[in-house]
Design a protein around this ligand. Structure first.
Ligand code: MFK
Ligand code: FAD
Length: 510
């Protein structure tokens, strides 16, 4: 080969190559469960770097477009997606990427199994991880609602049959506010005249609606008081179930798609601006409990965000590590240059940290969703605090690690047809959607104030982790430093939180 023909980086089996993943799984799921689902993870570890990766790249090269009118002038508002995007839909169903979490064949470990597959899938999936996140969140809300009218929809969201499988949107953000939906939601929900209780019509606009090719959505809207005036603030909001199309005619349910957004990244994903013009909707929550109801959804989508963050970090690192064994500079392979190895180690530590948080959170989610018991209550309490922290921390880490990973390739990292720049572009959305970092920091504060048991439960959980690490340290003295470091961090966190609580109670006293 000539020096100017570079060998591209290549990827192996993303499950078997990921020693950190396999190690962590052994600490979070019972060995008898892992033995049963590990062969599937090994198989999937190949599928994601062969078939899925190619589809994901094609989905970016053939982005979605909106056809507003047909040839004869009728408005059709059709989102046209690539065959690759459709194939990703089918694979998601076949692989049970949502179903696994609801079949619960492995009890609480089912969520760990599911999130491991999502982690393997996300970085190859050309952002198909996004509709899956919202589908999972919607499935959980429908499951909890126990609404007999929505059993079929729940079955669709959790189906393994590609012909049956539906994806869901999540409509919160409006022009007036995405973080402050309580203040910014202008979409009005009017009870449908003459219809059964719970049936409404929605009127308004939603400013960001990703996966606009989905079959349904959960939407926040503002209800009216007895005089017909909008009820202000959080107490006016309710959560609604919306189907995109009329099941008989296949036309949009009084919804207009105005345009698809031109975004920095996530170009594979159809993100639309739309208006609701009397769209039929079914109320899923009490009036005033819309935000609390959609919180059940966002607390799941935020964990999917963490999975996508860890997955992006792992992908750029796996590529960089492979490249380090091919690329020479100053007479040596990069892997033999101490500073380059240091960079890889820096990326590895961050990736492992986020992966650890992800799988721990998935375990807790599985425990929280089992039958009510002290254990499930404790898991819910820990998750209440861990979810926003996991989302905000992993998203920021993903941007840092992906940026470093791109730089590791030198100029090649900046060249579009290597496929590398897209990794950074897509990572940059992770801190923004599903709650931007400042807003999630305020959510941590909300959790500490409203659910104080969550702090004690989280610290207890951390202590359990430290004790476990300390017991492993006996077998492996090199862990000593890591354990000491983690203890110091844990101490710092708990002191910070105590100080925070002190400040808050002093502010209340004032
Ligand atoms: C690749 C993977 C990722 C896929 C991404 C998919 C595509 C992207 C889709 C989106 O971006 S969807 C839009 C996401 N938008 C947000 O996440 C909104 C960010 N803003 C917030 O999270 C605000 O904090 C919030 C809207 C929740 C503030 O609303 P409020 O009404 O001012 O909050 P308030 O009054 O404190 O709480 C209202 C109720 O909700 C309370 O319950 P109660 O009514 O029972 O008292 C709160 O306890 C509850 N609540 C709020 N946040 C909660 C929560 N409960 C549990 N968990 C939470 N996080
Ligand atoms: P703002 O709420 O205006 O926030 C602007 C900045 O101010 C942020 O950095 C925020 O952290 C900060 N901020 C806000 N409040 C405070 C405060 N009290 N203190 C300190 N700082 C604060 N939304 C949906 O509903 N459905 C979707 O499908 C969807 N898809 C999306 C797809 C993409 C590609 C993108 C980029 C966004 C999508 N969103 C979607 C919207 C996204 O969730 C919002 O953009 C996000 O929640 C922020 O809302 P905003 O844009 O109104 O920003």
């Amino acid at each position: 080969r000539h020096a100017w023909v570079q060998e591209p980086p290549s990827l192996g089996n993303q499950y078997t190559d990921d020693t950190a993943l396999r190690d962590i799984l052994r600490t979070v799921v019972p060995s008898e469960d892992l033995e049963r689902f590990e062969p599937d993870l090994e198989r999937f570890g190949w599928r994601v770097v062969t078939e899925v990766k190619d589809l994901g790249q094609r989905a970016e090269r053939e982005p979605p477009r909106l056809e507003s009118y047909d040839a004869w002038g009728s408005r059709i508002d059709k989102v046209v997606t690539s065959t690759a995007w459709k194939a990703l839909h089918d694979i998601a169903a076949e692989e049970g990427l949502i179903a696994t979490g609801y079949e619960r064949n492995f009890g609480a470990a089912s969520r760990v199994y599911q999130f491991t597959k999502l982690y393997l899938f996300a970085s190859s999936s050309g952002l198909y991880s996004c509709p899956l996140a919202m589908t999972d969140g919607a499935a959980r809300v429908l499951e909890l609602s126990r609404d007999p009218h929505l059993l079929k929809s729940f079955a669709r969201l959790t189906s393994r049959d590609p012909h049956e499988f539906w994806t869901s949107g999540q409509w919160m953000t409006e022009k007036a506010g995405g973080s402050d939906v309580a203040g910014g939601t202008e979409t009005l929900a009017k009870p449908k005249e003459g219809a059964a209780d719970g049936e409404y019509e929605l009127h308004g606009q939603k400013w960001f609606t990703s996966a606009a090719d989905g079959e349904m959505s959960l939407a926040l809207a503002r209800c009216l008081d007895q005089q017909g005036s909008p009820i202000p603030g959080t107490r006016g909001l309710a959560l609604f179930y919306v189907e995109m199309r009329d099941s008989d005619t296949g036309t949009l349910n009084l919804i207009k798609l105005h345009r698809l957004k031109n975004k920095l990244g996530t170009k594979q994903l159809p993100t639309a601006e739309l208006s609701l013009e009397g769209t039929p909707a079914r109320r899923l929550s009490l009036v005033g409990k819309g935000v609390a109801a959609i919180a059940k959804m966002i607390n799941i989508t935020r964990l999917h965000n963490t999975a996508a963050a860890a997955s992006a970090m792992r992908r750029v690192l796996a590529l960089a590590r492979d490249y380090a064994g091919r690329r020479r500079a100053f007479g040596k392979l990069l892997i033999d240059q101490p500073l380059a190895r240091g960079t890889l180690a820096w990326m590895e530590v961050r990736t492992r940290g986020c992966l650890h948080i992800l799988l721990d959170a998935a375990r807790l989610l599985g425990e929280a969703e089992t039958a009510p018991s002290p254990r499930s209550e404790r898991a819910s309490a820990v998750l209440r605090l861990l979810t926003p922290v996991a989302k905000l921390f992993s998203a920021k880490e993903a941007v840092r690690v992906c940026s470093e990973g791109i730089e590791f390739f030198g100029g090649q990292g900046y060249i579009e047809d290597t496929g590398l720049p897209g990794i950074l572009r897509d990572a940059q959305v992770l801190p923004i959607w599903e709650g931007a970092t400042n807003v999630l920091s305020l959510d941590v504060q909300r959790a500490l104030l409203k659910e104080p048991t969550s702090l004690a439960a989280l610290l207890e959980d951390l202590q359990g982790r430290l004790d476990h690490a300390a017991s492993r340290q006996l077998a492996c003295p090199r862990l000593d430093l890591a354990v000491t470091g983690t203890r110091a961090a844990s101490r710092e966190l708990s002191q910070w939180v105590q100080q925070f609580q002190h400040n808050v109670s002093s502010a209340h006293d004032d």
